[in-house]
Design a protein. Structure first.
Length: 96
């Protein structure tokens, strides 16, 4: 029974990854590279993206895997996030 197709993945709850980065970190690099390409400074955009990704991954280390979603919830208005069943982020004290 050495069938390779029967291998069970060891980590089912890992966040999605692109290359060796988490998806949210790699999207920072890709977005800044795209902005650099549109503005005509592709290498500068790539370098800025790598710096942003390094800073964000350092800030994210040791925190919850959905840290980016938590930041979006706390800093964007409810009309942008589209959350209907959660209380607004500015409401600090809840009844109950």
């Amino acid at each position: 029974m050495s069938d390779v197709s029967l291998e069970i993945p060891r980590r089912l709850n890992d966040p999605p990854r692109m290359f060796w980065w988490d998806l949210d970190v790699s999207l920072l690099v890709l977005a800044s590279a795209l902005a650099g390409m549109i503005s005509g400074f592709f290498l500068t955009g790539c370098a800025l993206g790598l710096l942003l990704a390094a800073a964000y991954s350092r800030a994210k280390s040791g925190k919850h895997p959905a840290y980016a979603l938590h930041l979006l919830y706390w800093h964007l208005p409810a009309a942008v996030t589209g959350l209907k069943r959660t209380p607004p982020s500015w409401m600090r004290e809840l009844a109950g």
